[in-house]
Design a protein. Sequence first.
Length: 156
Amino acid sequence: MSTSFSEQELAVIRKHGSVLLFPVLLLGATGGVFFFVESKLNQAWQHQALLTFVLLFALIFWLLPSIRFFTNKYEITSNRVVVHRGLTGNRIEEASWGELTGVSVTKTFGLWIRGAGDLRLHREFGADLVLQGVPKAKRLARDIEGFMTKRSGMGK
């Protein structure tokens, strides 16, 4: 039995949790508006229309971003890096450690404020693999560079 082909999960990373701040604030504001406006309506159809609008608004601007947050993830394993994207997380992009040549971190002002960054894994051929909005991106980049160095030393 060979252990060289076994794959161990080293880390599972999601975007920084602050991406849920805006959807949660919108949900609270929508609930507040609903309870303020609902008491002023006279007709039953107006209550139903308002409730329908509020539920659709909450579905689109709170539930869908929340589902997307929990289904999108970055898996770092002993053999590869796997990115799960999309509403259900079934769009998969992956890169093996052998095809990666380096790591860099990009931070916009908004990401810097949240303590996050975009981690760019450079491929030897093809487009870079980008892990967006990763918390503690600089630390993770150092850890990945160390892992890549250790792996390349093992291959010799």
